[in-house]
Design a binder for this molecule. Structure first.
Ligand SMILES: Nc1ncnc2c1ncn2[C@@H]1O[C@H](COP(=O)(O)OP(=O)(O)O)[C@@H](O)[C@H]1O
Ligand SMILES: [Mg+2]
Length: 153
């Protein structure tokens, strides 16, 4: 694994997430997936990265006003960051629980709001940091290391 990626260039990608934009999450996950496939990365890691991107971007579209999705790729790791303006998360530990969701009825009707996004991100990432300020917004940073996945999971 290390050999495969030691020549990986640093790549930064940035996407704007608008309120209720349910397409950006899937589109950005596909874009990054393609980039990582071109770098020859293992399918299993790519899958986990795509889940993180999709769930994090979806949360901004659904639960916040608007925000940015940033992806930082380096030879050692990939960091997925969402930064949004919105209501924030009053209790992050509670929000992390499987099945916990504040999604509206309307959102659930659309098939979202199962309350599994944050638990899935935690499961897929090596490191997860959530910094949220009620009434202001949320910064989420998830990192996947390319070298220690097998050791950790
Ligand atoms: N970016 C965000 N801004 C505000 N609240 C959020 C954000 N991300 C997550 N949350 C809160 O955490 C809860 C759990 O998120 P998640 O596990 O992704 O479930 P779901 O999105 O299906 O509700 C959400 O219902 C919401 O209350
Ligand atoms: Mg979610």
């Amino acid at each position: 694994m290390v050999d495969t990626f030691q020549f990986t260039p640093k790549i930064n990608l940035e996407f704007t997430i608008r309120e209720k934009d349910f397409f950006l999450a899937g589109e950005s996950a596909s874009r990054v997936k393609k980039t990582l496939q071109q770098l020859g990365m293992e399918q299993e890691i790519i899958k986990r990265i795509a889940i993180i991107i999709y769930e994090a971007a979806m949360n901004v579209a659904i639960h916040a006003s608007h925000g940015m999705l940033r992806v930082f790729i380096s030879p050692e790791a990939i960091t997925i960051e969402t930064e949004d303006a919105g209501g924030g998360i009053p209790d992050v530990d509670l929000a992390m629980r499987e099945g916990y969701s504040t999604a509206t009825h309307e959102i659930r009707e659309m098939g979202f709001g199962a309350g599994m996004g944050l638990p899935n991100i935690k499961q897929c990432a090596d490191e997860l940091k959530i910094d949220s300020k009620v009434g202001t917004g949320t910064l989420l940073q998830a990192t996947v290391y390319f070298t220690n996945w097998q050791e950790k999971h």
